[in-house]
Ligand binder design. Structure first.
Ligand SMILES: [Zn+2]
Length: 276
């Protein structure tokens, strides 16, 4: 299995330093997380205000390959419209990158308020139409399982619902281990239900008070989970986890401490996933 690392794990570091650490730790592939923000939520803040052409030059200079792009958005501010569902920067990234990512990851949509199944039945066609143009840019479009958010309606939160939707609409699943664990869903049970649909993975461990935990430092049976993945349709796993320890935040760590944890993480991932 190839291994990639999600750039937003280091949203608090300058983007060039993020790439430098990832490459120096021995990784070759990245999932590029696009900057996105909505009210109190934000992702990949280290890309805020950086021109997209500069971001791409930085990636080219680093020698890392973007194997996937994570769009990062997903909120419908107005439940009747899919405006803003796709990250407004995505098209420019695809124009300027110079090669196609292997796959893309989109969040399942979520909208403020409480809406019933009719709402999802009505809006899901528009969501699919918004995604349709991106099929041409990569091998797989994947939808990531999202947890419940207070005050929001989030569709497709069960593995059964997600499976039915992606199968019906020729999409794949991006399986986020922390998101299911956070909801109390057994990741091995979910992997069995979603068998045949998992084209990408956001791998992290989980502890009751911590999400996206360093691989092997939480309570999940990640080896058991990995053994259930189908290598004929999935050959790359993205590490979407923090390098924090139980008692020390990565935001307090020096560059060298982070690099040392990254080397440990890569070694753990290689022993868990193998590497070719
Ligand atoms: Zn994720």
């Amino acid at each position: 299995m190839r291994i990639s690392f999600a750039t937003a794990n280091f949203y608090f570091l300058p983007f060039d330093e993020t790439l430098e650490i990832i490459a120096e730790a021995g990784f070759q592939n990245i999932e590029l997380d696009l900057f996105w923000e909505w009210n109190y939520w934000a992702m990949a803040q280290h890309l805020r205000d950086i021109p997209i052409s500069n971001v791409i030059q930085s990636v080219h200079r680093s020698g890392l390959k973007i194997t996937s792009i994570h769009d990062g958005g997903g909120v419908l501010s107005d439940h009747t419209s899919v405006a803003g569902y796709v990250n407004p920067q995505l098209d420019e990234y695809l124009d300027l990158l110079g090669y196609a990512p292997e796959y893309m990851v989109f969040h399942t949509p979520h909208t403020p308020g409480s809406w019933d199944a009719d709402w999802w039945d009505n809006i899901s066609g528009d969501i699919l139409r918004a995604l349709e143009p991106y099929r041409a840019f990569c091998s797989y479009l994947t939808l990531e399982n999202m947890p419940h958010f207070d005050g929001f309606t989030v569709p497709l939160t069960t593995p059964e619902e997600l499976r039915a939707f992606v199968n019906h609409n020729r999409l794949g699943v991006n399986f986020d281990t922390t998101h299911y664990a956070h909801m109390g869903v057994d990741i091995k049970g979910a992997a069995c239900i979603l068998d045949g649909t998992i084209h990408s993975v956001h791998l992290s461990d989980y502890a009751p008070d911590r999400a996206h935990v360093f691989v092997g430092e939480g309570e999940l049976d990640l080896a058991g989970f990995v053994s259930l993945l189908d290598p004929t349709i999935l050959d790359i796993v993205t590490l979407e986890c923090s390098v924090s320890t139980a008692d020390r935040s990565d935001m307090q760590m020096s560059h060298d401490e982070i690099l040392s944890r990254m080397k440990q993480l890569r070694a753990k991932a290689v022993s868990l996933l193998g590497e070719r």
